[in-house]
Design a protein around this ligand. Structure first.
Ligand SMILES: [Zn+2]
Length: 72
């Protein structure tokens, strides 16, 4: 499963908040462009989610590296 636009739906208004894996992994706060809600990934409470994100990012990085090594 690879969403075309990285991000997540706002828990308050449902607006698709665009964010990046790097931003999430850095546990940086981000804002909903729809309602202005500030979201912060709690690193301590989100160990499982962060681990899943890291695996996802590793998979994406590996796929990108493969594509670079074997163009076409
Ligand atoms: Zn919102």
């Amino acid at each position: 499963m690879t969403p075309s636009v990285p991000g997540l739906p706002c828990p308050r208004c449902g607006f698709h908040i665009a964010t990046t894996l790097d931003l999430l992994l850095a546990a940086r706060p981000f804002f909903c462009s729809g309602c202005g809600l500030q979201l912060t990934l709690n690193a301590e409470q989100s160990q499982g989610a962060l681990a899943a994100l890291r695996e996802l990012k590793q998979g994406l990085d590996a796929a990108t590296a493969l594509r670079r090594r074997h163009p076409g």
